[in-house]
Design a protein. Structure first.
Length: 580
């Protein structure tokens, strides 16, 4: 019997969907110099006098998520030869495991069918509001380009077979309904997470892209972007390295030349601890990431582009704590985003290991830090930043100055019964993220996890629980004002489940212009380099809309541009045009 992973490998394997022979163009390109990021490629190789190109196409797309997939399809529709490079064994990125909601308004056919009046001007007004943190720090030019392109991208996706549900109420900053949702894809074998509508938005685009001749190089990770010189000239192409099913690099690599452009759609930087700590030093290694075992977000696009002169943009959006960069999610599993439950039949479950437990009533648990102490009212919402600030606050130990350390949900046998928890695999991850013991002291001593940087003091955990139980008797939480504590934690066995906040979106990335072109630190477009989605910056929009729109814009510009001029002079330093 074939496992879901084996079926995915058969359908998605680069050996089945990618023909190197069809793209080979005759060996080395003499006299070409390249710049590469340090990770995975040695300095001597990166600066070699010539690169042997294994493949040559018009447009290279890096990342098979929403922006990359739509960009590949649109570029092919514009007549370009396209290859899409994806590090997973399937396409879709986080979009395919999401609810499938995309902000695509401005006067779409779906809005008109429901009598909703909207316009690009209304989108611009909403998403540049100075009185709202989602609009205050946005790049007005990017919002304008997005707003004008929104209806065209929506209709283009609809023409590819994406079927939309009726629009609901306005979402977040929008003054009228714009966020369009899709239903789950009807073929269960093509659904990654049952119940999530993201498959209904990705699979039609994938089918259309394959029908248009887009080639897919699966299980390969980009390790370098090559430019004529590290700080000037046009983009030449990329180097990608084959990875195994754990995303670990293998020995095989491929150099892909892009005649017209490289579109980076690599998904952001939230998994790269050093990179994300540039924005918030508290986000140390214990904070896991939504969808990290399906769509790793290691800042590949940002780092590669910065190595050839690109600028970052919209950094304030990453730190304004306005739209759920962190989440209090499921417990007992590692990547514990609140809105995502992995099914044991999922093709990715060999990486996930557990579905996790959803806490229906936080009266049944308390939350403690790695030091065994409570730190905030457990009843607050899943995206309450007061909770996250407390979770990441300094514990007082000089060995842990940044980050708050792991957070554990503590409960007893009665709590299991009330919540109807299933406390065995595959519902919980007993390999470091879920523990059980007959006493609180033994429970604390049993917690062994790579992020639990010191042993939890058993006496402290016992004192914490005893104090909380006294609040149940009093009917009032004297420490953190949890509304009328109801249940004591007193019946063995006792449990500890991983409940550390999970990182969600990224809101800062590479600077792009209205065509999706990546800009350098002088505000000048780097010829042949584009970006979309979470690896681009300047627009604090959660969801799939901006990824689709700027993937669409980048593809049309790259595919319709003239062949990139080589050895083009760099504009003088200080030249910062309004538009490029």
């Amino acid at each position: 019997m074939k496992t879901p992973f084996m079926r995915s490998q058969e359908r998605k394997s680069d050996k089945q969907n990618f023909s190197r022979r069809g793209f080979l163009k005759g060996g080395a390109v003499a006299g070409v110099s390249g710049a590469a990021i340090a990770s995975g490629i040695g300095p001597a190789e990166a600066q070699s006098p010539g690169i042997t190109w294994d493949i040559e196409v018009d447009v290279v797309v890096v990342g098979g998520g929403p922006g990359g997939l739509l960009g590949a399809l649109a570029a092919a529709d514009e007549g370009a030869s396209v290859i899409l490079v994806e590090q997973n064994f399937d396409v879709g990125g986080r979009a395919i495991i999401s609810g499938g909601g995309a902000y695509l308004g401005g006067g779409t056919s779906l809005q008109k069918a429901q009598g909703i009046e909207d316009s690009p001007e209304a989108i611009i007004k909403d998403w540049t509001r100075a009185d709202h943190p989602l609009g205050r720090y946005n790049d007005r030019e990017l919002v304008g380009a997005y707003a004008r392109q929104c209806p065209k991208t929506f209709e283009y996706m609809t023409a590819q077979g994406v079927q939309w549900k009726p629009l609901g109420a306005p979402d977040r900053i929008d003054s009228v309904p714009r966020r369009a949702w899709t239903d789950e894809w009807p073929n269960p074998k093509e659904v990654v997470v049952p119940g999530q509508g993201g498959s209904g938005i990705i699979r039609p685009l994938e089918i259309a892209a394959r029908n248009r001749g887009v080639q897919f190089l699966m299980m390969h990770r980009m390790k370098a972007v090559h430019r004529e010189s590290p700080s000037s000239g046009a983009i030449l192409g990329i180097t990608a390295v084959e990875v195994d099913r754990w995303f670990q690099p293998k020995f095989n690599k491929v150099n892909i030349r892009a005649r017209k452009g490289v579109i980076l759609a690599t998904g952001g930087h939230s998994m790269n601890v050093n990179f994300r700590r540039m924005f918030d030093p508290r986000l140390t290694e214990e904070y896991q990431v939504h969808g990290q075992h399906w769509s790793p977000k290691e800042a590949d696009g940002e780092i590669a582009a910065m190595a050839v002169g690109a600028s970052m943009w919209g950094l304030a959006n990453q730190t304004n704590e306005a739209d759920g960069q962190l989440s209090k999610g499921r417990i007992g599993c590692r990547a514990n985003y609140h809105g995502l439950e992995w099914h044991p039949d999922a093709p990715n479950f060999f990486r996930e290991r557990a579905t996790g437990l959803r806490v229906r009533n936080y009266q049944n648990v308390i939350l403690v830090k790695e030091n065994g102490k409570r730190f905030y009212n457990e009843m607050v919402g899943v995206r309450d930043y007061r909770y996250f600030a407390a979770a990441m606050d300094w514990t007082g130990d000089p060995n842990k100055l940044n980050g708050g350390g792991p957070v554990w949900a503590i409960f007893d046998a009665d709590g299991v019964e009330r919540e109807k928890f299933k406390v065995t695999p595959p519902y919980v991850d007993t390999m470091g993220y879920f523990f059980k013991a007959d006493t609180l002291e033994d429970l604390a001593g049993s917690i062994k996890n790579q992020y639990q940087w010191r042993a939890m003091p058993g006496d402290v955990l016992r004192q914490t629980v005893e104090r909380y139980n006294s609040f149940v008797d009093k009917g009032a939480d004297e420490d953190f004002k949890k509304p009328k504590p109801i249940y004591k934690i007193q019946k063995p066995p006792f449990y500890a489940a991983w409940s550390t906040p999970c990182i969600h979106d990224t809101y800062a990335g590479l600077r792009i212009n209205v065509n999706g072109q990546v800009l350098d630190t002088d505000g000048v477009a780097i010829p042949g380099l584009y970006a979309t989605g979470d690896c681009s910056g300047g627009f604090a929009q959660h969801g799939l809309g901006k990824s689709f729109v700027f993937g669409h814009l980048a593809a049309m510009h790259a595919a319709n541009g003239e062949a990139i001029p080589r050895n083009a002079p760099k504009p003088p330093t200080g030249r910062v045009p309004r538009r490029t």
